[in-house]
Design a protein around this ligand. Structure first.
Ligand code: FUL
Length: 485
């Protein structure tokens, strides 16, 4: 009798503990550095070099270093404005295509020490870095591989210079969250006075495998951005939006007629959407300037807070990141219009998402993996806890009882991405006039999905139906919100 009881108990406990094992991961998974990047969501990209003083977008590389002479540089003003906009990181263009280094580099004379800035004793990379950190923002660098000033550009000697520049930037500015590499690859330039066109073979010239090995070794938490990764891919446009369906995974493929996929030669048509079941976790960064250009031009105006909010929904709200270009003027500060726009945008995001109208809801799922994966975790404001279904359950519905009628126009969903991107299709229904009415049909969720309804709806019950997943489902957060006016 006792033996039988023990046998039954052991079966009961083994079933229960089996049921509560975490789901197996699915597909390509994010690394620790990528997970940290997903948390940042919005960050800024500062362009401020002699090109600002020339009122151009691409400096030729021939501007006199003395022209870099901001009348009232104020890192605090720039960083505080970024912070008010909700930005959680800053990438500084430490060297743009014009080749002017904003730090006192040993690699070229074309640098800040030859300018009047701080009487030739300045280091603008340090000033921005330290101010960013003081204000709680992460810091990263952009060092252009193309260099229109350097006489060695186009020869085999230049790579050592570029790699030495990266090493300086990786050594002197603490932990970086990003190393940003644009895909501009040669063309006309000053090149030490030669003033000619220099083309390079971008499949080999920058030796990316070895160049990025330096990044990995010296800055293991720096996400390498380029048009094809390694960690973060370019979204394929500079408008600031990912595609409606947006996968976190990607497989860089060589363009037609080529046999290697390298930065500057990606399969761009697939970049906005990503590739379902791609070989790598390589989420999209949506880079877009706050104004029209990346550099400051007095005739331009910043985007309005409404436009920025829309971009936020179409980038962060599609599992991507938003990288907003900030352009200090010739004083070395952000224009007051930019400051105002950033602040209003930051407030709009903050106030809209401060209040989850589903906070007190009662959610009933059609399946749950066990008590460690309880549905209440969807409302705990902690993306590290999650609800999951049993292994064999690949479809599920969540009925959300809001307890009273709520008016909202944004629905927020998050998958538990450390276990991969799993969900492929879902829809949302609301209970209206005694029946369920479908209001949205979706595909990808990933790190975050913000569904914006054209007009607000009022209801006391919502149903989320997950209709397609190759494996059991995970969700970490759910929210409904009303965009503030
Ligand atoms: C591009 C560059 O060519 C632009 O000048 C700018 O820096 C943008 C962010 O990246 O590749």
């Amino acid at each position: 009798m006792i033996m039988r009881l023990l046998f039954i108990l052991s079966i009961f406990f083994s079933i229960n503990s089996f049921a509560q094992k975490p789901p197996q991961p699915y597909g390509a998974l994010p690394s620790k550095r990528q997970l940290a990047w997903h948390d940042i969501e919005i960050y800024g990209l500062i362009h401020f070099t002699p090109t600002t003083f020339e009122n151009k977008e691409w400096g030729f590389g021939d501007a006199d270093p003395k022209s870099f002479n901001p009348t009232d540089f104020n890192a605090d003003q720039i960083i505080k404005a970024a912070k008010a906009g909700g930005l959680k990181g800053i990438i500084l263009v430490a060297k743009h295509h014009d080749g002017f280094a904003l730090w006192p580099t040993k690699t070229t004379d074309y640098n800040i020490s030859k300018s009047p800035f701080r009487n030739g004793k300045g280091d603008l990379v340090k000033e921005i870095e330290q101010t960013a950190r003081k204000n709680g923002l992460k810091f990263g660098v952009y060092c252009s591989p193309w260099d229109r000033n350097n006489p060695k550009y186009g020869t085999s000697e230049y790579l050592a210079t570029y790699q030495a520049q990266l090493k300086e930037l990786y050594s002197n500015y603490c932990e970086l969250f990003m190393s940003w590499h644009d895909g501009a690859n040669g063309g006309d330039g000053y090149y030490g006075g030669a003033r000619e066109v220099r083309s390079i073979d971008n499949t080999t010239y920058y030796d990316w495998d070895n160049t990025w090995a330096i990044t990995r070794k010296m800055q293991p938490m720096a996400n390498i951005f380029s048009d094809i990764g390694l960690d973060i891919r370019w979204v394929g446009n500079e408008n600031g939006n990912a595609a409606e369906t947006s996968w976190e995974t990607f497989t860089p493929l060589p363009p037609e007629g080529k046999n290697v996929a390298v930065p500057g030669q990606a399969n761009y048509p697939q970049s906005p959407e990503g590739i379902r079941n791609g070989k790598f976790w390589m989420p999209a960064e949506c880079d877009v300037p706050l104004r029209n250009g990346w550099f400051y031009h007095p005739t331009e105006k910043p985007k309005t807070p409404e436009m920025l909010f829309d971009l936020y929904l179409k980038s962060v709200g599609r599992g991507a990141g938003l990288d907003l270009g900030l352009a200090p003027d010739t004083r070395g500060q952000l224009h007051e219009d930019d400051v105002a726009s950033l602040k209003a945008f930051g407030d709009l995001v903050k106030h809209t998402f401060a209040n989850n109208l589903a906070q007190d809801a009662h959610i009933v799922p059609t399946n749950t993996r066990g008590k460690n994966y309880n549905i209440v975790t969807l409302l705990d404001n902690n993306k590290d806890s999650y609800w999951a279904t049993m292994d064999q359950v690949h479809e599920a519905s969540l009925e959300v009882d809001l307890k009273s009628a709520k008016t909202f126009d944004i629905i927020s969903l998050q998958e538990y991405i450390p276990l991969g991107q799993r969900i492929e299709a879902y829809n949302v229904e609301i209970f209206e006039k005694n029946k369920w009415k479908k209001i949205y049909d979706g595909t990808s969720i990933g790190a975050k999905r913000l569904i914006k309804l054209d007009t607000p709806v009022t209801t006391s019950k919502i149903r989320i139906n997950i209709t397609k997943s190759p494996v059991c489902i995970t969700l970490s957060e759910f929210g409904i919100h009303k965009k503030t006016e």
